[in-house]
Design a protein around this ligand. Structure first.
Ligand SMILES: [Zn+2]
Length: 432
């Protein structure tokens, strides 16, 4: 009798697994999705809440408002990697770009570096989107790389460059023209139709895509070290051009904009470097916010991959005036430097911290920000808008663990085989 009951359980379990898979397939057939105008994802590398506050105080004063803090939906989210430890830009970027937590150093690959994880940019491409990346570091650096490449190590710049070449984006703006980064692929990309440019004058004149703009052999000059004659475009100028060209394609688009060097200023515990990079980032967010206010079909998300430096704004006493839009380059820069000097800051580390970071934004699906708890939810918000799904693209690779139902099923099969074998053995023994 017991044997029959066991058989019945196994058969029922098998049928229910098959049926649930069948249901899954059916659920995947969804109503046609109306594509958005575009998705613009801003990532301030290393930008904690206090970084935003530092920039706000310098640029707008104690009563002024930062565009980053002015969106209808805002949340603070965790950044920890798959081991629950402080993340680097590769692991946190991968969580944002693929919805999967991984180990530090991985570029859109799972924890053991064996499985390539499909990125939101690749999903967007597969759904007919135009795509772009803008950053102030070299484009083979971790944060831009996690959207365009797959590699077990963030340091394999040449392999990452090859992936970037093969991904075939519509707009690529940043640094990295040396042979150590993207340099070996520039002529091949030109043969493939890219318009290749190297300075802000050429950028201003560019009106066709695909566009490859590499404005420095490595990363771009930090904002606080620039002068008026610098030939590199600002993050704001690159953001404006990228949106313009992606819009011109007539397709929905995905664009990631990174304020790459907020992190580097914070590693240096340098309030001037940090503040001026964050201000530049905020100006770019503010530009996109204006667009989103006039286009309810444009999703805008602003986040940070992690906090760097354990920054705290301790106190301030302002005696110098606010920078004005009408100020020339040098005046504006000097006013900002003066005001940073009137703020007392403290730092707890020269590295990254596990402090929560901001997730904010506006536009279609942005209300889901309120339920977000980790970077992986940022991926879900974007993916849902593209193809109606919220899970990572790969099934059963989420944490590299085997599906629980499969384990139970195989376990029961194993136990029943043992019982069956034992009873057959007893039976044989009896007959002898
Ligand atoms: Zn860092």
């Amino acid at each position: 009798m017991q044997k029959y009951r066991l058989k019945k359980i196994i058969v029922t379990l098998f049928i229910s697994i098959m049926f649930s898979n069948f249901l899954n397939v059916n659920f995947n057939v969804r109503a046609e999705i109306t594509p958005p105008t575009g998705i613009i994802l801003f990532i301030g590398d290393g930008m904690g809440f206090q970084h935003i506050e530092l920039a706000r105080l310098v640029e707008y004063g104690p009563n002024g408002e930062s565009a980053i803090l002015s969106f209808p939906y805002q949340n603070d989210i965790a950044t920890v990697n798959i081991d629950g430890m402080t993340t680097d830009s590769a692991a946190s970027g991968t969580a944002i770009s693929t919805g999967v937590k991984t180990r530090n150093g991985r570029i859109a690959m799972n924890y053991n570096g064996k499985i390539e994880l499909t990125t939101i940019l690749e999903i967007a491409q597969d759904n007919g989107y135009a795509t772009g990346i803008v950053a102030t570091c070299h484009l083979t650096h971790a944060t831009p790389a996690v959207f365009m490449a797959h590699n077990p190590s963030r340091n394999n710049y040449l392999e990452i460059a090859e992936d970037i070449f093969n991904t075939g984006l519509d707009v690529l703006l940043g640094g990295g023209s040396s042979a150590s980064y993207l340099g070996n692929y520039i002529s091949a990309m030109e043969i493939n139709g890219y318009n290749y440019i190297t300075n802000k004058t050429e950028l201003n004149c560019s009106d066709t895509e695909p566009l490859l703009g590499l404005f420095s052999s490595s990363s771009l000059t930090p904002v606080h070290l620039k002068n008026q004659t610098n030939s590199e475009p600002s993050l704001l100028t690159m953001t404006q051009k990228a949106i313009e060209l992606l819009n011109n394609t007539g397709k929905p688009f995905f664009l990631m904009v990174e304020g790459s060097q907020i992190d580097w200023g914070s590693h240096d515990n340098d309030p001037i470097y940090t503040a001026l990079e964050t201000i530049e980032f905020e100006k770019s967010v503010n530009y996109a916010k204006d667009l989103a206010e006039n286009d309810s079909n444009l999703l805008l998300l602003v986040t940070a991959d992690h906090e760097t430096g354990g920054l705290t704004v301790e106190e301030y006493d302002f005696l110098t005036p606010l920078p004005l839009d009408t100020d020339n380059f040098e005046t504006k820069k000097n006013k900002r430097l003066d005001r940073v000097g009137e703020i007392t800051t403290s730092w707890s580390t020269g590295g990254h911290t596990s402090k929560n970071v901001i997730l904010t934004g506006m536009g279609p699906n942005s209300e889901r920000i309120l339920n977000a708890t980790h970077h992986i939810n940022t991926f879900s918000i974007m993916r849902e808008l593209i193809d109606g799904e919220t899970d990572p693209f790969e099934t059963n690779t989420t944490k590299g663990h085997v599906n629980l139902f499969v384990i139970i099923f195989l376990g029961i099969l194993g136990v029943s085989a043992v019982i069956g074998g034992l009873s057959a053995w007893k039976h044989t023994k009896k007959s002898i």
